[in-house]
Design a protein around this ligand. Sequence first.
Ligand code: NOJ
Length: 556
Amino acid sequence: MSTAEVATTRTDQSTWWRDAVVYQLYIRSFADGNGDGVGDIAGIRARLGHLRDLGVDAVWINPWYPSPMADAGYDVADYRAVEPAFGTAEEAAALVEEAHALGLRVILDIVPNHTSDQHAWFQEALASLPGSAERARYHFRPGRGADGAQPPNDWRSVFGGPAWTRVGDSEWYLHLFDSAQPDLNWADERVHAEFESILRFWFDRGVDGFRIDVAHGMVKSEGLPDLGVDDEAMLAPVDRADHPHWDRDGVHAIYCAWRRVADSYPEPRVFVAEAWVDSPERLARYLRPDELHTAFNFDFLRTSWEPATLRAVIDESLATVAEVGAPTTWVLSNHDVVRHVSRLGRPLTPDKYSLSELPPAETLDRELGTRRARAAALLMFALPGGAYVYQGDELGLWEVEDLPDDVLQDPTWKRSGHTDRGRDGCRVPLPWSGTAAPFGFSPDGASGAPWLPQPADFASVTVETQDGDPGSMLTLYRAALRIRREHPALGDGEFAWLPGPSDVLTFSRGAGFTCVVNLSDAPVPLPADAQLLLASADLTDTGELPPDAAAWLSAA
Ligand code: NOJ
């Protein structure tokens, strides 16, 4: 499909994904229905009304499959079932049906780079001999050195330490993440067939799409050559065409095949890629017309609150996806990065999104971060394309940075030798109501405490407290999403910068809509001939937009 042919009407159901607002449901922390302190499907079903009232178009549910939870469900033991702690297959089916009845589409998470070490295939591999067909579905290799005591190559696990673990018969297996997450060998045809069958399994059950975990990692260079550097920074998709395990060209054939599976269904089935790649051009390759529909725009997430870089990222993102006829997909936070209230409230830190890399907690001005988060939400929802809301963004939740050491569950904490506290701080269970933990996350009389402790000051940001408060983050999100649905200029469509000072981002969406984001340190006047639809902060007495605020305007 060329850019010119791309459908842009918001009522066109076949292209709903081009400008959908998708709510990320981190199932363990959304709502606990059975009172064991862990979120579950029953909890989601009971709280679907929150999502309807918020006004999102779809939900993406983090992995809900049976898992030993070595990496919060990203270690899948069985891709065709539901983790008992989260519910049953019947409950999952009921959830899909109920969500659809409310007009919400359902996207699941597929984890194709690795399985759990408890997956039947890996157990069979362990029980089989070196060189066997069972081992060929993973990457088993002899070690290096005289007695094979050195890992087969110099690759590092993303969570710290070597990417290899040795088994009893002295072979080693590859795991780019935790040792409980062995990497699959996508050079083996059985792996391709299995994942296409898993896609069909869930599509047949009415699921509307998949978020693809580590979409840039499945294909490894033949022979698994050394990285040749002993530098953690080189784990990232650095600017080198020969990186042996990130963003290899071979992944694209997999996605062409997956697209054919999706397109074999009469109703659209869609994909969103989690691909951490080096540039917008590399990302656009995943979005060619016969590949994936969308991909998270992490460049936007990584950009600091600075006008020139924001402008550049927006321009580059829009231009590169347009070349392949795809929409872009804006995202501010997810379950892997420090919540944006806590990023934006710190001194400028371009490209940093994990706790271990950001300036210390003492530098955080949470009030400033909240003000900027409100403005960032209006910026994001006004841009063309889709947008993702991570649960709790709509409440203005911040990173919980003082979780006690003994509750931390992210494997990063252990694998980094207790130097990197990992991602638990953005995964703390949501506060729904009341003035003390569990803040309505679990039902009254629950047998278990929330799996991560909620801070006492969550009392000020519960859904109950924010509901109906004109100044709350929740009210802002609801208003923005209502306007976004109703205003014909928003979502997919035209975009143009308007003239103005360099530290104020002003753009139009067609003739009828203007967005102004003030990144300067002084109030700025708003266009005189326009009607204010929504602002992230009160205007000054003279009707100007204060710093760190955004406004939506409609032509009068
Ligand atoms: C990306 C997921 O978002 C993250 O939570 C997980 O740890 C890794 N992939 C490994 O599956």
